[in-house]
Design a protein around this ligand. Structure first.
Ligand code: ARG
Length: 596
């Protein structure tokens, strides 16, 4: 097993051994190495000795010198340099790079390692609301959540994906009134969301005292229908189930276009039977209390006001900002179901972590939820994580809307992406048959939308631009897909059996070959970084650089025209680059094409 390990893993292990020899009681988990930001200084660096020296009031350069004396890494590295205040800079020997690539060519690894401690992780993402089309806000959750689940799976963790559908709540009172009095069956059949939205809009306007259409009788009817539904009235339950079924069909069409699957789809309504007992238990345990007829969790004063999610600053004063788990009218809400959901997930799957992927506006909800849950069940060890993201803006810098000012539907967006990609593909490869061009456009279009969504720092808003995301040059999906297909085309021209590629002894001599090989070795850092920080954009940037390194290599080092031994070595390098690109795109949820 050791021989297949990546060189940086060996170096890191040896560094820990050397640190332990010098400081037997040091915390070794922080003794890490990272790729060097500037290759002029080396391939990897470690700054861990500086902080170690600081906490122990040692001279960092002296500590570095002592550690260096015990560091046995000649097998992989050139002599190590101490830089600045006590950084260690490592430069790989070409022989070590070659050995790691030979192992990859044999199929021993693909430039990443799986952590020894496997975890069970629940991912809660997409979670659209019934009777409403998925809009752009759900795109980011779906795409980001799917990518994170692929990354965790690749690293060997136990992953459970759960689509927490919004299938319960006050909107159903209005939908039921609309369904019973306004429904156009034919319209429902041809476009279920459009019809459900239409009846919802009419009724909700009439039920809203702020609107000119307001009609008290409609408002009361909506309340009455909701109460009947909650009480289990068979007719209302039947209609409600029908709305869920129709919505789920539409969602499934989109998920299949996106290649997204869920292990479970347990909507909010699934937790209804638990809610009453849950609230009673929280009251009994003193975590929640009654206030003005409602039941809520309040600050327990254990945190400074600034960090306390149950306090809010109003005009310079800290006032209560309770987490309401039962409304005055007795109804339960989004908070109550979310508490029950954590409880259920812990009991069913014993995860070490639950990750929620939603937009930024829900930050307060999750801070309150997590804090309330901890107070309710303090014995738990589970890590609760809200991975939030910014909004998608139109090119005018305002929230992304259709020309008519409506929110953009995901289905329409994917249609347009494919339509536009057809044009690009037809320009670039007019000789391909129509059906193939359409298939390429499908992969490019969907891939472009996903990539544009994953590339920016997830917490910043990003501007949706068709031209940018479909550009063939720049950090885009089409660019990477072409890079991949171009490598595959070398094999179509050059033909080399898989067996030969496996047995090759690589020879890395040119600087571009070595740079490409070292970039491949960095895949490990990037995957682990993306998982640790829930940021697939690290992978996007890595793949873009990888494609750049490949281009530099291909422009400077002839492959098919090289002498036989060099030719097979370079073909093997091409193959490894292609496989890494494909694996990287795969964890972003992006399909690849052999030919474009
Ligand atoms: N349905 C919610 C929405 O569309 C998202 C649900 C997120 N998941 C959760 N467990 N609260 O905003």
């Amino acid at each position: 097993m050791l021989t297949t390990m990546l060189p940086h893993r060996h170096i890191e292990q040896k560094l820990r051994e050397a640190v332990r020899a010098v400081l037997p009681d040091a915390d070794l988990s922080s003794s890490q190495i990272r790729p060097c930001p500037d290759p002029r200084f080396g391939d990897y660096q470690s700054n861990s000795l500086i902080s170690l020296a600081k906490t122990r009031k040692l001279n960092p350069r002296q500590l570095a010198t002592d550690v260096l004396h015990r560091l046995e890494i000649q097998q992989w590295c050139e002599p190590v340099e101490i830089a600045g205040p006590g950084f260690l800079n490592f430069r790989l020997k070409t022989s070590a790079v070659t050995e790691a690539l030979n192992a990859a060519a044999r199929g021993d690894h693909l430039f990443f390692t799986k952590p020894s401690a496997q975890r069970t992780v629940v991912l809660d993402f997409s979670s659209p609301n019934v009777a409403k089309p998925m809009h752009v806000g759900h795109i980011r959750s779906t795409i980001l959540g799917d990518s994170l689940s692929r990354i965790f799976r690749l690293l060997g963790h136990g992953v459970i994906t759960d689509n927490h559908l919004g299938d319960w709540g006050t909107q159903f009172g209005m939908l039921l009134v609309g369904w019973k009095t306004l429904l156009d069956r034919a319209a429902l059949e041809s476009d279920p969301f459009a019809e459900m939205e239409r009846i919802y809009k009419v009724v909700s306007a009439k039920a809203d005292p702020e609107k000119p259409e307001f009609d008290a009788a409609t408002r009361d009817a909506a309340r009455a229908e909701l109460v009947k539904l909650q009480a289990g009235d068979p007719e209302n339950l039947g209609i409600w189930r029908e709305m869920i079924r129709l919505s789920q069909n539409q969602f499934d069409t989109i998920y299949s276009r996106l290649g997204v699957k869920f292990d479970y789809t347990l909507g909010e309504s699934f937790y209804n039977p638990q809610l009453k007992a849950l609230v009673e238990d929280m009251l009994k345990k003193g975590v929640a209390r009654e206030s003005e007829g409602a039941k809520a969790v309040f600050s327990d004063g254990s945190l400074p006001p600034k960090e306390d999610p149950f306090l809010i600053n109003k005009e310079g004063e800290w006032v209560a900002n309770p987490f309401i788990i039962q409304k005055r009218d007795g109804g339960f809400n989004y908070m109550t179901t979310d508490l029950a959901t954590i409880d259920y997930r812990l009991e069913q799957w014993q995860p070490s972590e639950i990750i929620y992927i939603t937009g930024g506006p829900q930050q307060l909800h999750f801070r309150q939820l997590f804090a309330s849950f901890r107070r309710w069940q303090p014995q738990g060890q589970v890590k609760l994580m809200h991975v939030w993201f910014g909004s998608i803006l139109g090119e005018d810098g305002r929230p992304f809307k259709t020309r008519a000012g409506e929110s953009v539907k995901l289905a329409d967006l994917l249609d347009e992406a494919e339509e536009r990609a057809v044009k690009t593909v037809s320009e670039k490869s007019p000789e391909l048959p129509e059906a193939q061009r359409r298939e390429i456009a499908r992969v490019v279009g969907v891939g472009a939308v996903k990539y544009a969504d994953l590339l920016p720092n997830r917490q910043s808003d990003y501007t949706f631009s068709w031209d940018k995301m479909l550009a063939l040059n720049g950090n885009t999906a089409p660019y990477l897909l072409y890079a991949y297909a171009r490598i595959r085309s070398i094999f179509r021209k050059g033909g080399e059996s898989e067996e030969n590629l496996k047995a090759v002894d690589l020879k890395l001599t040119e600087p571009q070959e070595i740079a490409l090989a070292k970039q491949l070795l960095n895949f490990d850092f990037v995957l682990h970084g993306a998982a640790d920080e829930y940021r697939p954009n690290f992978i996007c940037n890595y793949l873009y650089e990888l494609a750049g390194h490949f281009t530099a290599f291909y422009e400077n080092c002839p492959v098919l025209k090289a002498a036989p031994e060099i030719r097979s070595s370079r073909l093997a390098l091409c193959d490894l680059a292609a496989r890494t690109l494909k694996q990287g795109l795969n964890v972003l949820g992006i399909e690849t094409l052999e030919q474009m």
